[in-house]
Design a protein around this ligand. Structure first.
Ligand SMILES: Cc1cc2nc3c(=O)[nH]c(=O)nc-3n(C[C@H](O)[C@H](O)[C@H](O)COP(=O)(O)OP(=O)(O)OC[C@H]3O[C@@H](n4cnc5c(N)ncnc54)[C@H](O)[C@@H]3O)c2cc1C
Length: 461
């Protein structure tokens, strides 16, 4: 018989002490855990936001400020940990939510030089646009998402939102064909309204039946961050402290695949990368990393990044023309998740569209909460707000742009032509012709096509 089963006065006393200890120490803990768990399971939020990117943070900040009980769930270790972008934020939308945000947000440089470079095999032509209005009020800033998203999420938390990071939302909760919350692992959390702010490949929009993924609606972006001393960046880009350059490249850098490349100056690093349409990349059988390697070794780029240290490499998709439904019973879709992005060739705008749509979603939620009506009909006010604001107006204005930008001549014929024309104009190696004669010679046999492209371009961009 084991000793604890042996009878005797001392053992009985021992058993008694153990029982008392169990009752005093363990039982209250068990009761506490059970209560905590049952509170957690029964807690209902006003709004649950899936994703703490710019769209999610804008909605969370806006709602928490008004006193709503908001939960933001982010799959990254921290907001921004998994996020990729070229690195330029147009200030207009965020400035309405957080006036003069650049005084507190971790922005890198205010963009004062807008450059466009056309690249051919041997030469390049660069336009450098400068204007006082790029600076006052600031038109755009270069940013690093890992730092920017953390700042934006912390604003929402300071305003009262709850943030849980490192948790992936796997599914939506449904009741009577209405969305009533989220599922993350074994946890089920309820809310009056869920906001899907989970980016370009939105699982939430798909689960809600609002999205189907087609590769042709997407572009793919590859990006590197290369560290360089602050002074070196300012010398190479001819900048004064705090000012920055956004430089776009079109032509040989994508091997004529529709798309382009970019270089943005941060304070002590450069963000550079390539964006190409996925379908055409697959058809071309070119490996994405090869494009990136060639871009880095192009003489126009190599001298900008010389001596720099590669500190980050990332790849992400961009919803160039992949609109989804914007709402359904109990759910709103914002930012990239809804395909709200405008690429007009020179400007790629996803961040400001994401922020403005997050703000509009928050306004729609406030009205729905006031009526205690979370139906599809009630939430359709979100679309109305997007139409009143620039988001759906710009999406409509530039609706032909993704189609036009897939014209391969934009990346082969035209950059080549401009470079050859400048070559003829700049070089003096004998008798010279007038500009008009050079132009006629260079465009021989292509003029009808060029006029058509011009008409289409003017309608699209
Ligand atoms: C290479 C590249 C360059 C770009 N350059 C620019 C630019 O210069 N300017 C510009 O304005 N836009 C640019 N964009 C577009 C811009 O990045 C996006 O439009 C913008 O980030 C959209 O914000 P969002 O909040 O909707 O989505 P995201 O920024 O993608 O945020 C979504 C968030 O949701 C989280 N998430 C996803 N799934 C889940 C889940 N299941 N559970 C929990 N969390 C989840 C993600 O981790 C992420 O934090 C660029 C994009 C790329 C790829």
């Amino acid at each position: 018989m084991p000793f604890w089963k042996k009878e005797g006065p001392s053992l009985r006393a021992c058993n008694f002490v153990i029982c008392v200890l169990f009752l005093v120490v363990t039982l209250p803990r068990c009761v506490h855990l059970w209560l905590k768990n049952s509170i957690k399971m029964s807690e209902k939020f006003d709004v649950i936001i899936v994703g703490a990117g710019p769209a999610g943070c804008a909605a969370a900040y806006s709602l928490a400020k008004t006193g709503f009980n908001v939960l933001m769930v982010e799959r990254g270790k921290y907001p921004g940990a998994k996020n990729v972008m070229g690195g330029r934020l147009y200030a207009y939308a965020l400035n309405r939510l957080v006036p003069d945000f650049w005084k507190e947000a971790p922005v890198e440089r205010c963009v004062t030089h807008e450059k466009l470079t056309l690249l051919s095999d041997k030469s390049s032509v660069t336009l450098d646009f400068q204007d006082k209005e790029l600076l006052e009020p600031p038109n755009s800033f270069t940013i690093l998402r890992a730092r920017f998203d953390q700042w934006f999420a912390s604003k929402a938390v300071e305003a009262g939102a709850t943030l849980i990071s490192n948790i992936r939302v796997d599914d939506l909760l449904w009741k009577d064909k209405k969305i009533t919350g989220i599922v993350a692992g074994t946890d089920k959390l309820e809310a009056n309204i869920v906001i899907a702010a989970d980016g370009a490949v939105s699982l939430m929009a798909e689960k809600a039946g609002l999205k189907k993924f087609l590769a042709k609606g997407f572009a793919i972006g590859m990006k590197e961050i290369i560290e360089l001393p602050e002074k070196t960046i300012e010398e190479r880009f001819n900048l004064v402290s705090g000012e920055g350059t956004a430089q776009l490249f079109i032509g040989q850098c994508t091997r004529q695949i529709p798309g382009g490349a970019f270089v943005y100056t941060n304070r002590t690093s450069l963000s550079l990368g390539i964006v190409v349409y996925i379908n055409q990349l697959i058809e071309s059988k070119v490996e994405a990393y090869e494009l990136m390697r060639e871009f880095n070794s192009n003489p126009a780029i190599a001298k900008l990044i010389a001596g720099g240290k590669l500190v980050e490499y990332s790849v992400h998709v961009i919803p160039e023309s992949s609109r989804t439904g914007l709402y359904t019973d109990g759910l709103l879709v914002v930012g990239d998740a809804a395909g709200l992005l405008v690429n007009s060739g020179i400007t790629l705008r996803g961040m400001d569209m994401a922020i403005a749509s997050g703000m509009a979603a928050a306004e729609a939620v406030k009205i729905a909460m006031g009526k205690n009506d979370f139906s599809k009909k009630s939430l359709s006010h979100y679309e109305y707000l997007l139409k009143q604001d620039f988001v759906l107006k710009d999406m409509h204005t530039f609706r032909r742009s993704p189609g036009f930008l897939q014209n391969t001549r934009l990346y082969s014929l035209y950059p080549e032509l401009v470079c050859r024309l400048f070559h003829r104009l700049a070089l003096v190696k004998g008798p010279k012709k007038r500009l008009f004669d050079e132009l006629l010679e260079e465009t021989k046999g292509k003029r009808v096509q060029m006029v058509w492209d011009l008409i289409k371009g003017l309608r699209a961009l």
